[in-house]
Design a protein around this ligand. Structure first.
Ligand SMILES: Cc1cc2nc3c(=O)[nH]c(=O)nc-3n(C[C@H](O)[C@H](O)[C@H](O)COP(=O)(O)OP(=O)(O)OC[C@H]3O[C@@H](n4cnc5c(N)ncnc54)[C@H](O)[C@@H]3O)c2cc1C
Length: 405
């Protein structure tokens, strides 16, 4: 019996997108998901141009637009009293581009991806299939899986860990605590909240508020008045304590100092945030992508963007091997390139964005922050603005250049 080509662990956005991109190329895929259904928590909302390039290539951008995805007008930085400091317009908000910055809540993206995957005849999704261990030899790799019908061992030529921050694939390869990097001391709370920010002068779609204690982000995430409000909290509080403090936090943070009757919180999730990168993204027949391989705080909007760029590149690598256009050393190039891009772009940008919020004195931020100084220059110099909008493009890398000529 021939060994199946690919098995993907984890049906989050990265696993679903990889299954879709491979499946559309005619490559058979088996996708294993531990949960009974897709994750519905409030997480990614914004996708930068390099991720939009891959979403377009995968053929999901039109469906996303039909479900309410929109191009935000940009991001600005403010003081706690709402005073505007500076801002940067989003790619695609001023000029047409095939890859504009795009806003679309992750739970909706997962559904769009799942619908398209379900139409592909040779892609199988198995829910309630939890990977517990793995192994490999010269001819194949395998995972041990808990299933509703009892334990099973499933084999493939290549197995991709898209199983998120606590990846069992990564832990089995390197050890439970081997995920180099650090965890921020800061506690964050992400909410989805209906509140008319526009009526209080918030005319930018994303707003970052600089303050040593009451730093937060408010970003419009739908066309019907839903905003993502993510704020910093005191470390070490229980879920009940965080919930009890939320009305006080909103009264202090939000423009207009609202009471609970003035807004509607529809989801509330505390998160610890990390900056971590796996030692390798390829070990023999196992490959890691997205959160399984790297984590960053969400204030740069780069977490899933980095993951989607991994997936687009990995789909080209696997297609090259499947079709005989590349040998499997292309996966070593994937490992080197994607880890370098994390170190050069994702980690420093996301770390800088979060530090700006709580370390910078808002009164002197415009004189002291190199980033805000550049935003100020971009307000009057279109060339600086264009460079700033396209800065993330350096995340991209076309692995097809390593196909045999
Ligand atoms: C508050 C917040 C805001 C964010 N905002 C942004 C943003 O604006 N832009 C951005 O780019 N990123 C953002 N991110 C990051 C983004 O949400 C993540 O990078 C993304 O969800 C990771 O996707 P993934 O597919 O790698 O992992 P996940 O979404 O975690 O999916 C992993 C899947 O694997 C499954 N799984 C786990 N273990 C096993 C196992 N043993 N066997 C089988 N299946 C398993 C899980 O059930 C899950 O379905 C944000 C994150 C947070 C917390």
């Amino acid at each position: 019996m021939t060994i199946p080509f690919t098995l993907i662990v984890g049906a989050g956005p990265s696993g679903l997108l990889l299954a879709l991109m491979l499946g559309k190329k005619g490559i058979p895929v088996r996708l294993l998901e531990a949960a009974e259904s897709l994750d519905d928590r409030p997480r990614a909302t914004h996708y930068s141009p390099p991720a939009v390039y891959e979403l377009r290539r995968a053929g999901v951008l039109e469906d996303m637009k039909a479900e309410g995805a929109f191009i935000p007008n940009g991001a600005c930085w403010r003081k706690l009293n709402g005073e505007f400091l500076s801002g940067v317009r989003a790619a695609g908000s001023n000029e047409p581009t095939p890859t504009p910055m795009t806003c679309f809540p992750l739970n909706k993206l997962n559904l769009v991806l799942q619908r398209q995957v379900d139409k592909l005849p040779h892609v199988e999704i198995h829910y309630s299939h939890k990977v517990t261990g793995l192994g490999q030899d010269e001819a194949k790799a395998w995972v041990d899986v808990e299933t509703p019908d009892g334990p099973q061992r499933l084999e493939a030529q290549y197995i991709v860990g898209c199983d998120g921050a606590n990846s069992q694939v990564r832990r089995s390869l390197f050890g439970d605590w081997e995920f180099p990097g650090f965890t921020w001391e800061q506690q964050i709370v992400a909410t989805n909240t209906y509140y008319p920010f526009e009526k209080h002068g918030f005319d930018w779609d994303s707003n970052f508020i600089i303050h040593p204690e009451h730093w937060y982000m408010a970003a419009r995430i739908s066309n019907d008045g839903l905003w993502r409000v993510t704020y910093g909290e005191v470390p070490g509080l229980s879920l009940d304590e965080l919930k009890a403090r939320q009305p006080m936090k909103f009264k202090t943070l939000l423009p207009g100092n609202p009471d609970p009757k003035d807004y509607k919180v529809v989801s509330f999730s505390p998160y610890k945030v990390h900056q971590r990168l796996s030692k390798k993204m390829r070990v023999g027949r196992f490959v890691l992508a997205a959160d399984a391989a790297h984590l960053c705080n969400p204030f740069g909007g780069l977490g899933l963007t980095g993951g989607i760029v991994d997936v687009g590149g990995l789909s080209d690598c696997l297609e090259g091997i499947y079709s005989g256009q590349a040998d499997d050393t292309i996966l070593d190039i994937y490992d080197t390139v994607r880890r370098a891009k994390y170190n050069e772009i994702v980690d420093p940008v996301s770390t800088g964005n979060l530090r700006l919020l709580f370390e910078q004195n808002p009164e002197t931020a415009l004189e002291e922050s190199e980033f805000l100084k550049m935003c100020k220059r971009a307000e009057t110099d279109p060339e600086v603005g264009a460079l700033q909008r396209r800065a993330g493009d350096a995340l991209q890398y076309d692995f097809r250049q390593h196909y045999r000529k």
